[in-house]
Write a protein that binds this ligand. Structure first.
Ligand SMILES: Cc1cc2nc3c(=O)[nH]c(=O)nc-3n(C[C@H](O)[C@H](O)[C@H](O)COP(=O)(O)OP(=O)(O)OC[C@H]3O[C@@H](n4cnc5c(N)ncnc54)[C@H](O)[C@@H]3O)c2cc1C
Length: 363
């Protein structure tokens, strides 16, 4: 039987907002924040399918990064110089906006610096030979000097990136939501959108809402709602129990950024390995791929040489949204409906900037 709403619900709780945002990750939440700053009197609702933001923003690895040299070289092959340096610039500017908006202390931001380690001398040489070129480009475009330098870590040749850092993603998102609550944004958890038309949004519960404007910020789940070229990509992360005399302090990348690890206190956070099973990981279903789990476990043993008694404390997956050229899609897709998605695994860096750009186009 269809659920009946009360007079009070209809008059006070279910009134159509000026802006309805489906998806409450960093993009949806930042969109609400910036929109409310611009239009304090407008009514805004965020509706998310989870009881927490249930995609990538609270399930990532917390790297604040502009990318490693081998990752950029691989991207140059696919997208060319202009696109790659535009992307690095977007990541850098996005990180500055994130730090200014949230505050370093609030999200435990640390400018740890980051190492890309290598096990193949030929690949290391190819990357190291490009350091001067990258540094000059970054100086010209961003005014940053000597970003990358040759280095070494635990016996591995490495390239150090002095502008890399780490954050606590949980604290970042909690802070955003505390501020949204103060700003009067209505937040609806466990509220999955099933269909989005120009004039209405239909939720799984059967509720239909007619907002003035709708934003679709569901990233890796976009294809469930709209026919856009954004593929889901599952990412896996594990955190170990505390390890005595833990040596890997800071942030680290390996293999074009496909493997990433950092310390969380004296624990190891290790993630990635999606390239080991790319087709299987093109999914928006949460879960663990044993092939990837084994690959990362072996990496922890053989490459990081963790002591024999190390143990996993917790492991999880998150869902990213990838575009072909890694550029996010920020556009109006039909009257009254905008999309901001396809952050391609870089949402800590570019998420807030994507939201800020979107809010400009909502006028
Ligand atoms: C394992 C992993 C590690 C990562 N590590 C890093 C990192 O170190 N650095 C970095 O910069 N980036 C990292 N990322 C990427 C980054 O987390 C994402 O790019 C970013 O969080 C995307 O934000 P978003 O708001 O677009 O999407 P999401 O955070 O996924 O938010 C989308 C929201 O939409 C909701 N939703 C979906 N469908 C519906 C629906 N039908 N109705 C209502 N709500 C819906 C979901 O529940 C979700 O909360 C990582 C991602 C993963 C998965």
């Amino acid at each position: 039987m269809e659920k009946q709403h009360s007079f009070w619900e209809r008059e006070e709780w279910l009134t159509p907002p000026d802006l309805l945002i489906t998806g409450g990750g960093i993009v949806g939440a930042s969109t609400a924040l910036f929109y409310k700053e611009k239009y304090p009197d407008h009514d805004v609702i965020i509706a998310d399918k989870g009881i927490t933001p249930e995609g990538a923003s609270t399930r990532n690895a917390g790297f604040s990064c502009i990318g490693s040299v081998s990752e950029h070289l691989a991207d140059l092959e696919i997208s060319g110089e202009e696109t790659v340096f535009n992307r690095i610039e977007r990541r850098w500017n996005g990180l500055q906006l994130l730090r200014k908006t949230i505050g370093d202390d609030v999200m435990d931001y640390e400018n740890t610096g980051g190492f890309e380690i290598f096990k193949d001398d030929a690949i290391y040489k190819t990357c190291a030979d490009k350091i001067t070129w990258f540094n000059q480009k970054l100086m010209d475009r961003l005014g940053l000097d000597d970003v990358y330098s040759e280095s070494e870590y635990e016996g591995y040749p490495a390239i150090f990136n002095r502008v890399e850092g780490a954050i606590n993603s949980g604290k970042l998102m909690r802070n955003l939501y505390e501020r949204l609550a103060k700003a009067g944004v209505r937040i609806w958890w466990n509220c999955k959108a099933e269909r989005i038309d120009s004039s209405s949004v239909l939720f799984e519960s059967g509720l239909e809402m007619k907002p003035k404007k709708t934003v679709v910020a569901v990233n890796g789940f976009t294809q469930r709602l709209e026919d856009l070229p954004i593929k889901p990509a599952r990412g896996f992360v594990l955190v170990t129990k505390p390890i005595q005399d833990f040596k890997w302090k800071g942030t680290f990348h390996y293999d074009e950024g496909y493997v990433y690890f950092r310390n969380v206190g004296d624990r190891l956070l290790l993630g990635g390995g999606r390239n080991v099973a790319k087709d299987e990981e093109t999914t928006d279903q949460f879960g663990t791929n044993q092939k990837i789990r084994e690959y990362l476990t072996q990496f922890a043993n053989d490459t990081l040489k963790l002591p024999e008694n190390w143990e996993i404390d917790i492991e999880w997956s998150g869902i990213m949204g990838m575009t072909e050229n890694k550029e996010p899609i920020i556009q109006q897709i039909k009257p009254g409906v905008w999309v901001a998605a396809g952050l391609s695994g870089m949402g800590i860096a570019i998420g807030m900037q994507v939201a800020a750009d979107l809010v400009k186009s909502l006028d």
